[in-house]
Each structure stands twice: as C-alpha cells, then as structure tokens.
Design a protein around this ligand. Structure first.
Ligand SMILES: NC(=O)c1ccc[n+]([C@@H]2O[C@H](COP(=O)([O-])OP(=O)(O)OC[C@H]3O[C@@H](n4cnc5c(N)ncnc54)[C@H](O)[C@@H]3O)[C@@H](O)[C@H]2O)c1
Length: 334
C-alpha cells in the first residue's frame, strides 16, 4: 500500500446505494443493542451555533463489534426551510479502526434523515401499543415525512394521521407525497398543535428548533407513545409527567437537554437497555411513555458503513488519493 486513498460518495451515490427504511431499522436496532451492551464509544456531541436557530454538531463514534468508527459533522439551520433549502445537512468520515486512516467520505444528509426515522422505528417496536390507530405529527418536513412512513410501516393499525405545521408549503407537500403511499390512511390537517397531540396513540414532534413550551404532557392520552424527534418545546418538568421516560443516551441528553434533566435524576431506561432485554419496554396499554432520542453517531457509522458496502457493490463513487505513503512527510518551509 503506497498510496492512501478513500472512497468518496456524493448524495446521488448515497441515494443510489439504496439503503431502505426497514434495513435502517435493523441497523439501528443493532447499534442500540451494542449501546445497551456498552460495546461502543459515543461521547456527547459538541457544537457551535453561528445563528440563533442553528447548530453545527461534531459526532464521533466507534461500534466495536462491527469494527466501524468515524465522525459525522452535521448542520441544522431551521430557517433554511423557508428558503426551500434542507435544514439538516451532514458529512460522514469513516476511519480504519487499525490505522485510523480515513476510508470513506460521504454525504450524511440522507443517512441522518433515514437513521433518525429508523430509531423511531425501533421505539415503535418496543414502546408503542400494537393497536395504535391515530398518529399525531407536528412539523411536516423531512422528519415528519420519514417518521410517518416508518411509524405506519411498523404500525399497520394506524388509520388516521392528524398533522400540523406552521408553514403551509410543508403541510401541503406532506399529504401530496404521503397519501399515495398510504392509500388506506385518512390524512386530517388540524388547526392547532394541541389537536395533533390530543387523542394520538403515537405522537412525533418534528419541528425545527423550538425553545418555548408548545407541547404539554396533560394533552397526551393514556397508553400513548411520544417521540420528540426535535427534543425542544416541552415543559421543563416534562420528564416527571410520564409513566416511563426512555432516552437514547442519558449522558448526552444530560448535556444537550439539561432544561429537562435538571428536573429528573435518571430515566426509566436507555433504549439500548430495552433492546438488549436488560429492561422491559411497554408493559401495559395504559402507560404513557416519552422517548427522547437526541441522535447518536453510532447509527451514522453503522449505516454509513453499510452504504459504502452497497455503493461499492454497485460500482458507485470515486477513489480519491489523500497521500503517498512511500514518501515521508517532508519538513515544512520555515
Ligand atoms: N434526534 C435526532 O437524531 C434528529 C436527527 C435529525 C433531525 N432532528 C431534528 O428534527 C427536526 C426536524 O428536522 P427536519 O429535517 O424534518 O427539518 P425540516 O426543516 O425539514 O422540517 C421542520 C418543519 O417544522 C416546521 N416547524 C418549525 N417550527 C414549528 C412550530 N413551532 N410549529 C409547527 N411547525 C413548525 C417547519 O415549518 C418545517 O416544516 C429538527 O429540529 C432537527 O434538528 C433530530
């Protein structure tokens, strides 16, 4: 090996690689199992905030058993949506666990979108009532749509979707894109956030950044599962108001959602503990469960590695040279 090179996959390459939602749910189930077994390294994300509604997060992780490590660098600019631009855009770098050399650089936008919905799919499998009929969605952008597809796939009992968004174009494209894929489901736009939450058996909050309280635990019916995909917007003491609080990673949530964790000593469980059967998931039809999944880089790494594998099988992407290993690093000019 005299040249160090890495695979580069653009967004079209990643899309053509063809990672599906159900494959992603399997991958995220596995990354959460490894999290529950503590066979991962996934420090809390750190970030910078160049705009009041924005973040850039650095997300490294290592999934030991899968021999996968690397980092995602992801931006979230909520106001992009009104400019008809994606609000969440990411890049993933995968590295060799033996030499640390970069092995792949790929678009992380689609992977972020699909793995976030994929984690909701895992939550549905373990925490939702199997006879859930009404899905509530607030925020009908990328996550609103991806979560709807995933939740209805794992809960074919869903008969009605009650949905709300503050921005009309997003609301219109939600029904236009999803109704043809879900012909047996009734799409009911509602006029307020409260109407989308009340009566829902599963509720997913998928808004852009929200700092004030716009969701209230009192609105949530017995037996419901709440998935705050965007974690903000609940009352500060929300974690004291549900029968079970489940999180993806308590250490990360304690840093990123301290507005809630200041009121709660510990969650009922981390989702990975439920996946690897250290703790029970839903135990009866009356429990109100809230599951904060703040987003773990282990999912990006495991899904990113699968995308690279699939892309190589299809001959997608390009190999780019980074350095000539035969030549020692020269001394710099002084
Ligand atoms: N937990 C995770 O792992 C994870 C991963 C990706 C994205 N997210 C979060 O999910 C959220 C949605 O991401 P996206 O890619 O779908 O963004 P998006 O911009 O495509 O969609 C957000 C939608 O929310 C709407 N909205 C914003 N404020 C609202 C309000 N107060 N009431 C009603 N609707 C409102 C917008 O009009 C838009 O349609 C973001 O906050 C993002 O940070 C979380």
């Amino acid at each position: 090996m005299s040249k160090m090179s890495f695979t580069y996959l653009s967004e079209p390459d990643v899309l053509e690689a063809g990672l599906s939602l159900s494959e992603t749910v399997e991958l995220c189930t596995e990354s959460l199992r490894q999290h529950g077994l503590k066979q991962i390294e996934n420090p809390p994300k750190s970030g910078i905030h160049p705009q009041p509604d924005a973040f850039l997060h650095s997300m490294p992780a290592w999934v030991m058993e899968k021999n996968v490590c690397g980092i995602k660098w992801v931006s979230g600019f909520s106001s992009n949506v009104q400019k008809k631009l994606p609000s969440i855009v990411g890049m993933i770098i995968l590295n060799s666990t033996e030499t640390g050399f970069p092995t792949a650089v790929l678009d992380g936008t689609y992977i972020t979108a699909i793995r976030t919905a994929g984690v909701s799919g895992v939550s549905i499998k373990y925490l939702a009532r199997k006879d859930s009929e009404v899905l509530g969605i607030v925020g009908t952008g990328v996550q609103g749509k991806y979560n709807t597809l995933c939740i209805t796939h794992y809960l074919p009992s869903i008969k009605k979707i009650r949905y709300y968004d503050a921005w009309a174009p997003s609301l219109e494209s939600f029904k236009a894109q999803l109704q043809p894929l879900l012909p047996n489901v009734t799409f009911e736009p509602v006029a307020t956030i409260e109407e989308a939450v009340r009566g829902a058996d599963v509720f997913a909050g998928c808004t852009g950044k929200v700092t004030e309280s716009i969701f209230y635990a009192d609105w949530v019916k017995p037996g419901a599962l709440v998935l705050p995909v965007h974690g903000g917007g609940w009352e500060p003491d929300v974690m004291t108001k549900f029968d079970k609080v489940v999180v993806d990673d308590w250490a990360q949530i304690s840093v990123g959602m301290s507005q809630y964790t200041a009121h709660c000593k510990a969650p009922y469980a981390e989702l990975g503990e439920i996946v690897c059967e250290k703790k029970a998931g839903r135990e009866n039809d009356q429990e109100r469960i809230i599951n904060f999944n703040y987003g773990l880089a282990i999912h990006d790494m495991i899904c990113g590695a699968r995308v690279v594998e699939k892309a190589k099988q299809k001959g997608l992407g390009v190999e780019l040279e980074l350095m000539d290993l035969a030549k020692p690093i020269p001394l710099p000019q002084v």
